[in-house]
Structures are given as structure tokens and as C-alpha cells.
Design a protein around this ligand. Structure first.
Ligand code: ADP
Ligand code: MG
Length: 350
């Protein structure tokens, strides 16, 4: 979009001093970005995205859809085939990684094994020639931010995976990036730690006020964390919006199915619609739309029970029932039932 605008407006004013970027509107922007690794289909196909200041942005999608490629192009670790990338409104499409104001936290943490937590965090300042006292003081501050100051002298081999990750995070942040890039940062942690760490990431992002761009294939993670959820599939963006917006009003069948908790149904007037599983019931009621089928799966989930019903043409629809409602009149696998919903709850899909 910005590229199109540029051709219609007068030539840009001469370059201004750096402070001007204080008034930038977007922390990061992709303008019609394409990446081709070879002659086949592109890995990223003409995507445009604007990330407002101070956003937690999640790139969400199945394996192979182009999330990491997008992140690596933002970092400058991968050349862009076509299009432009801006950070703080400044074009950096072909700038080297260190000149972009981005910092990448790697999945395997990549800590130096022979350096303490503190020295790992201070390392980039050492490279910049910052004095020992100053860099140790700064590194302590960042270890405090990630709540690792009490383990400052430990070596990576003396830390748990979660602790190493906190150190890696501090090490990425000490360079004071404009945008922090994280590729599946929580995937190596156990489920309990993953949920704790994602709350930490969110807290730190809000505290620093910079944008985080976080790649994940987990719907829960993206919905829990993101101000801006960007759902990708097959090298393109399927939908971008606030977590609640993409969940409650998916714009196409892919997003509805991928986010989960939705059924995709044929509308009475033609076309497809989604209806949330928690708005579906088992049994026919006046005024509701119903589809007949047999119970093909029952899954107890604590607060709710998921009941899947397979219809005559093999499509599977799911009702998420409150536990009490389910056990009032327990269903059995193979039982013939009607799955019903209020047509007013249907949300049309493109
Ligand atoms: P994701 O992170 O969403 O799983 P990737 O961005 O890693 O997806 O990959 C997108 C597509 O690009 C995939 O088809 C993948 O095989 C291909 N790809 C990724 N990296 C390379 C590379 N270095 N060379 C060739 N193809 C690649
Ligand atoms: Mg990836």
C-alpha cells in the first residue's frame, strides 16, 4: 500500500535526523513481500502487514506456511525477492541485520556454554566496546527484567531450559531492539512452563513497549498473547486482526477450522458459514437448524465435553457441551442424534 502511495505523492523530503522516528506509526511493515527460494511456488507470496507501535504480534499457521521465512526476512537473515520492509517507518529491505534495529531470539537459545548468564547477556556490549563495569551493570538490569539476577554467575549447563531461555531473552533485549523477533520460542518447554513463560513474555513486552513478533503454530498461544494475530496458510495471510476478532469473526473456512472450536457448515441460502462449537447443541429444537448424524467422538475436558457427530456425507461437526448438560443425558458412541444451532449464530465465510 505504501509503495502505491509513494508514486502518487511528491518526492520525499531529505532524510531527517534519527529522532524523527519517535513519531513513527508502525513498528514494522511488510509491503507486498515475496520470497522465492527456487522456481516452484513462493514460500511467501505478496504479503502486506502493518504492525502498530508496541504490539504483541503472533504469526500463526501450520508448518511450512512461511512464518519463519517472514521472520527471517524481517531480521535480514533472508533476502527478500520482491517488496519492501520498514522498521519504524524506515525502509530497511536490504539493510544488514545489525543495521535494522531488530533482534532475534533463537529457538535453541544459542548461549555460549563457557560464559556465565551475566557474561552471555553482556556479550554484545563487550563487542561494542562498553566498559566492563557498565556492561555488567546493564546486564544485571536485564537479568532482573527476566527474573534471573539470582543466577547471574551460573553457566548454561547449570540452568534448566526455561532459565536458559530467560537468559537468551535478556541477551536479545540488551541491544535495545525496536522489534524483537521470536521463532517458536516456547516449543521446547513443557506445557506448564510454556504457559508461565508466555505470561512473562507478554509482561516484558508491555513493560518495554516495543513490538514482539512471535511465530507459533499454537492457536492457544496466539490467542493468549497477541494484540495482532496474523493467520497464514500456503505463503499468504488468510486474516489479520485482534485475537477476539479472528476467533469470533473468522473471514474464511481455513481460519475457522485452524483456530478450532468452530464448525464450517453450508448456509441455507448457499455458501459457507461458521458456527462455534459452544453454540451447538445435541438434539432438535424448534427454530434451530439441525443435521442428523452419529456420535463419533466423546471427549471429557473438565469444564466441558466435546461431542463430535459425523453426518451422512462424512462431515464432522462438534458440539462443546457444559459438563452438567452432557451428564444429564449421557450420549454413547454410535448413537444417532441431531446436532443443532441457531441460524442467527452462523457467521458467513468468504
Ligand atoms: P514455517 O516456519 O511456517 O513452518 P517456513 O518459512 O520455514 O515455514 O517455510 C516455508 C516454505 O519454504 C516451506 O515450503 C519450506 O520448505 C520452504 N523453505 C524454507 N526455507 C527454505 C530454504 N532455505 N530453502 C528452500 N526452501 C525453503
Ligand atoms: Mg518455522
Amino acid at each position: 500500500m505504501t509503495l502505491a502511495l509513494k508514486t502518487e505523492t511528491p518526492p520525499p523530503a531529505p532524510a531527517k535526523p534519527r529522532q524523527v522516528t519517535q513519531s513513527h506509526r508502525f513498528d514494522a511493515e511488510l509491503v507486498a513481500v515475496t520470497k522465492r527460494y527456487g522456481p516452484g511456488a513462493p514460500a511467501v507470496d505478496n504479503i502486506s502487514l502493518r504492525i502498530p507501535r508496541g504490539s504483541y504480534c503472533c504469526l500463526l499457521g501450520p508448518s511450512g506456511c512461511g512464518k519463519s521465512t517472514t521472520l527471517r526476512m524481517l531480521a535480514g537473515h533472508e533476502e527478500v525477492s520482491d517488496g519492501a520492509i520498514l522498521i519504524h517507518d524506515q525502509e530497511i529491505t536490504h539493510a544488514p541485520p545489525v543495521a535494522r534495529g531488530t533482534s532475534m531470539m533463537f529457538q535453541d537459545y544459542a548461549l555460549f556454554p563457557h560464559l556465565s548468564a551475566l557474561d552471555n547477556v553482556a556479550f554484545s556490549l563487550k563487542v561494542q566496546g562498553v566498559s566492563r563495569a557498565e556492561r555488567r551493570a546493564k546486564a544485571k538490569e536485564y537479568l532482573e527484567l527476566v527474573q534471573m539476577d539470582h543466577l547471574a554467575e551460573r553457566l548454561p549447563s547449570q540452568m534448566s531450559g526455561g532459565q536458559q531461555q530467560r537468559v537468551a531473552l535478556a541477551r536479545s533485549l540488551i541491544t535495545r531492539p525496536k522489534v524483537l523477533l521470536l521463532d517458536e520460542p516456547l516449543s521446547a518447554l513443557d506445557p506448564f512452563l510454556r504457559i508461565r513463560m508466555r505470561a512473562e513474555l507478554k509482561r516484558i513486552q508491555k513493560e518495554l513497549g516495543i513490538s514482539f513478533i512471535h511465530v507459533t503454530h499454537s492457536q492457544d498461544e496466539a490467542l493468549a498473547l497477541a494484540d495482532l494475530v496474523v493467520v497464514m496458510n500456503n505463503a499468504v495471510i488468510m486474516q489479520a486482526g485482534a485475537a477476539r476478532e479472528v476467533y469470533e469473526t473468522p473471514s474464511n473456512a481455513f481460519v475457522a477450522r485452524f483456530l478450532g472450536g468452530h464448525n464450517v457448515v453450508q448456509r441455507a441460502g448457499g455458501g459457507e458459514a461458521s458456527v462455534r462449537a459452544d453454540q451447538c447443541v445435541i438434539g432438535a429444537r424448534p427454530g434451530l437448524r439441525s443435521l442428523p448424524g452419529t456420535v463419533s467422538m466423546i471427549e471429557y475436558q473438565g469444564t466441558a465435553v466435546r461431542v463430535s457427530v459425523t453426518g451422512t456425507d462424512d462431515e464432522e461437526l462438534t458440539a462443546l457441551m457444559p459438563t452438567s448438560a452432557f451428564f444429564n443425558d449421557a450420549l454413547e458412541l454410535g448413537q444417532s442424534v441431531m446436532l443443532s444451532w441457531d441460524p442467527a449464530d452462523e457467521h458467513p465465510l468468504a
